[in-house]
Design a protein around this ligand. Structure first.
Ligand code: C5P
Length: 230
């Protein structure tokens, strides 16, 4: 099984503020993107990585990546207007020999290698699509436009979806070629295309860095991992 990885990193990151693409925000001395690439390459299964970059940052990201000493081959392409477009463009640049494809958000810089391996292994074992998930800790309310609660959703049935999400190459290609589909994650596209999606345990540390507070939490995780705080 040859495992390729697409890292969509072309988002503007408006919820984060700071006026630069979120993937290029710094966390403990390196960009979120460098952390995410290292985290994926930490899995020996991953041999090819394609980054979908903000179109005006392709050259700078190529030089950023040339200083990363990792074994996987890295390619950088211009991303698209939506996340799904960025994944489509990334997929087109992956070698056709990749039979398993992992799609991982640049905004999840600290995903543990166990999660990456778990997802890749489940695809290797025959699942067409695999999503790492964690339980929801908050009680979730469905609300209407007037600000009234419509209902309280049964939390025990809900999971928060993380990345990397894993796919057989054929299933992802098929879902992405259905041009009308849009979703906030790739498994959503695959579900809409009618394929079963398996869940495996995710990890709190695969958190998405979206708002400024998330960066503080991510910095604390890096400090703890480097042994400076226990
Ligand atoms: O906006 P959100 O946090 O959901 O974005 C998830 C990931 O998708 C981020 O890594 C972001 O850079 C990427 N993205 C992209 N192209 C877009 C929009 C988002 O690659 N047009």
């Amino acid at each position: 099984m040859t495992v390729g990885c697409i890292i969509p990193a072309a988002g503007r990151g408006e919820r984060m503020g700071g006026g630069q693409p979120k993937a290029l925000r710094t966390l403990a001395g390196a960009t979120l993107l460098e952390h995410a690439v290292r985290a994926m390459a930490a899995s020996r299964k991953v041999t090819e990585i394609v980054i979908a970059a903000p179109p005006d940052q392709v050259t700078s990201i190529v030089s950023l990546m040339s200083s990363l000493r990792i074994d996987a081959r890295i390619d950088v392409v211009a991303g698209g207007d939506t996340r799904t477009d960025s994944v489509r463009l990334g997929l087109a640049a992956l070698p056709s020999t990749c039979t398993t494809i992992l799609v991982h958000d640049a905004a999840r810089p600290l995903v543990p290698v166990d999660v990456v391996d778990r997802v890749a292994a489940a695809v290797g074992d025959g699942a067409p699509a695999v999503v790492p998930v964690v339980p929801i800790v908050d009680t979730v309310k469905q609300v209407d436009e007037a600000g009234q609660v419509v209902r309280t959703v049964d939390r025990s049935e809900l999971r928060a979806a993380q990345t990397p999400q894993g796919f057989s190459a054929e299933v992802l290609r098929n879902a992405l070629s259905t041009a009308s589909l849009e979703a906030t994650d790739d498994a959503g596209l695959v579900e809409q295309a009618g394929h079963p999606v398996l869940v495996v345990p995710g990890d709190e540390e695969a958190m998405k860095v979206t708002r400024p507070l998330d960066l503080l939490v991510a910095e604390a995780i890096v400090r703890r991992r480097s042994g400076r705080v226990h």
